[in-house]
Write a protein that binds this ligand. Structure first.
Ligand code: ATP
Ligand code: MG
Length: 396
């Protein structure tokens, strides 16, 4: 038979892009190539095609399900024989062994030179199925099987099964972002949501050894590895925050500890972001969740960086964030009980209405500029890939 099994992809929101569409498709094509390695891929404005052999099908589909920019994954058949008689022949062959009673036919005719319009062809193909296959019925509202036929310039596509893709934009088409990644529940979700909009994420993690342990770092690596799945690997910048944190602890009034610590984190994140050409900082702050996330706190903390800070989960309830964390597999890692540098020096009553004047006054008490320079100079950067087999795999 001249039918060839094929996977093809529908782009969804991407197809609303006009001038940039070519760029988006190129990025998507590259991202898929990175994941599927030697797959044969071709594309046009409407569809991307991937040739697969049957043995690889499940594996390929599983990988495609984690790639942003894909709206639907379709497993179908392509035939170069495009006249109506051939289409009928193909349909009969494909449907003969399929179990269904009710069906409807959908036709898309992207080749407008095809002699019949889609309405007529749809009716005629439906009539052919009713006549040639026993005990079938048309049900346009709730069919068991939708028989899709697409007439293209050089081929006809026939398909029945569609799998929902992740949607969003292809990773990196929006540029780069610096994710402040803690071991908590919120920041991995925030990272995932930024990746969904096409932002290629690099992550920054602040550790305070010996107050925070190697296991806490492993936990963050494990979270990064989950994000790597969607991000085409991920760079993790590790900042030793101990000296700055101790200086804050020893010199600054307790109620301002967290506010000033977070201003330092923002300063460092801003510097690292601009060094790697990241255009935004992304973090997991959520309005009102804790004292440092009241609107006044956010304002006082935010104002020391020029780079935009995007907070994808700012308006989500914790339960909504947890739902996403579970879906992307980060939740079970996030709830492992390792300390974070934000939690080790928490005062009993952190201020919820800090002022800039007080922050500036207190910050004069520590030589923070030199300390920031030093810690940025000593930062460690690792690349975490999806197939990494590091010791932190035990956490997964
Ligand atoms: P999460 O559950 O993501 O840790 P959280 O509710 O614990 O968030 P905070 O601890 O106040 O909130 O931190 C707010 C955000 O600041 C985090 O979501 C994260 O983006 C960033 N952040 C906090 N601690 C660190 C850290 N040690 N390294 C990097 N970023 C951090
Ligand atoms: Mg936290």
């Amino acid at each position: 038979m001249d039918l060839e099994k094929i996977i093809f992809l529908k782009y969804g929101e991407l197809s609303t892009k006009k001038d940039n569409r070519n760029f988006f498709l190129k990025v998507l094509n590259n991202n898929i190539k990175k994941v599927l390695k030697d797959a044969e891929i071709s594309y046009d404005y409407g569809r991307m095609f991937i040739k697969v052999n049957d043995d690889d099908l499940a594996n390929v589909i599983n990988k495609l399900k984690n790639i942003f920019g894909i709206y639907e994954i379709v497993i179908g058949y392509s035939s170069k024989k495009r006249n109506e008689e051939d289409i009928c022949h193909s349909l009969k062959e494909l449907l003969e062994n399929k179990e269904f009673t009710t069906f409807k036919v959908e036709v898309k005719r992207s080749d407008k030179s095809f002699p019949k319009d889609s309405m007529t062809l749809r009716k005629d193909l439906g009539a052919f199925i009713l006549k040639n296959l026993p005990n079938k019925k048309v049900d346009v509202n709730n069919p068991e099987l939708i028989v899709n036929v697409e007439i293209r310039q050089k081929e006809v596509l026939i398909y029945f099964d569609k799998i929902k893709g992740l949607g969003g934009y292809p990773v990196s088409c929006a540029g780069k972002g610096m994710l402040m990644l803690s071991g908590g529940i919120d920041s991995p979700v925030a990272g995932y949501m930024a990746i969904k909009r096409g932002v290629k994420i690099e992550a920054i993690y602040f550790e305070s050894p010996p107050h925070t342990s190697e296991a806490a770092l492993d936990k963050v690596k494990a979270l990064a590895k989950k994000l790597a799945l969607y991000n085409n690997d991920i760079k993790l910048h590790i900042i030793n925050f101990t000296k700055i944190q101790e200086a804050i602890y020893q010199n600054i009034p307790k109620e301002y500890l967290i506010t000033i610590m977070r201003r330092m984190m923002y300063r460092i994140s801003g510097i690292v972001a601009s060094r790697v050409n990241a255009k935004i900082i992304v973090n997991g702050e959520s309005i009102g969740q804790v004292a440092s996330q009241t609107l006044t706190s956010i304002q006082v903390i935010n104002e020391i960086v020029k780079i935009p800070v995007i907070r994808p989960v700012a308006c989500f309830d914790k339960l909504e964030i947890i739902d996403i964390a579970k879906k992307i597999g980060t939740y079970d890692i996030s709830i492992l009980p390792y300390e974070d540098c934000c939690t080790i020096f928490v005062p009993e009553h952190p201020i919820i209405n800090p002022t800039r004047q007080k922050c500036e006054e207190y910050e004069k008490l520590i030589p923070y500029e030199d300390m920031i320079f030093e810690t940025v100079k000593n930062k460690k950067t690792i690349i975490i890939t999806v197939d990494d087999k590091d010791d932190y795999k035990d956490l997964l």
